[in-house]
Design a protein around this ligand. Sequence first.
Ligand SMILES: Cc1cc2nc3c(=O)[nH]c(=O)nc-3n(C[C@H](O)[C@H](O)[C@H](O)COP(=O)(O)O)c2cc1C
Length: 275
Amino acid sequence: MSITAQPPPPADKTLNILSVIGSSRNEESWTYKVQAIIEEKMNAIRPTVFDYVFIEKVALPFCDGCLHCVTVGEHSCPDFAKVGPIATKMDAADGIVLASPVRTYAVTGLMKNFCEYFMYKRNRPSFFGKKAVVCATASGGGHENVMEFLEGTASAWGCDVVTRLAISSSQMWKEHYIKLVHEHAEDVAQIFVSAIEEGELGSPRFRHLMNFRGMQNMTSNQKDSVNYNYWEERGWLNTEYYTDVPINPIARLAAGHISKKMRKATRKGNSKPIR
Ligand SMILES: Cc1cc2nc3c(=O)[nH]c(=O)nc-3n(C[C@H](O)[C@H](O)[C@H](O)COP(=O)(O)O)c2cc1C
């Protein structure tokens, strides 16, 4: 099955962006306030509506780790009544934003728990061509960790993460810093709208290829499972990536070589770390 990009929205359509807010401070949070700025900037380029998912308000319990979403299917999640409608919204959106404050140099517990509920999307990604943006707010440091995690997560779901935005909330009382945030938000808005309108499938970077190879290795060893069937139907058990896009030849070679080593180690039951 050939994987095609989510088609670009018709030119006269209002863009619909789903923004997932990982702060427990909801509308009071800097995380939300920054999204509202991006929404305003996008709206200035093209009519855009953000639909906000405040994870705290969804009141998800802790993911209990039953793995039913992975092994049986997403509908088997005991909290599907809460998770399912969000998955449907993500699916329907023209773009996604994952945004979290930094807490102890990591995403918030709320955001981490949210991502655990979508573990199955790492096994059975579907958001190909859906554009995503990741955002982090912190007093001073840890933005990179958070954006890396959010970008890795959205990419593993199939999204093309087109850009990022990080702010230091401790600076938000300075006029020149607020101006800077607005300028960056304008850039983010421009990149996001253009990427959605182009609707092209993004080219994978080395780490995306490695993530693909890791999942391919694991899935190949799970014959007759839900994940195996999903991968087999799409022909992914023998391909170099999920989508048929040009791949940087060096990244392709390196990913192929390392994944061969990984496969060998898995077959031998070798638990030593790979050098
Ligand atoms: C428990 C806790 C841990 C935090 N850890 C960090 C941190 O590691 N690095 C940092 O720069 N700020 C840290 N902060 C500050 C928040 O990241 C900062 O206030 C952020 O702007 C809050 O975002 P929000 O308004 O969207 O909730 C922490 C705040 C809390 C409450």
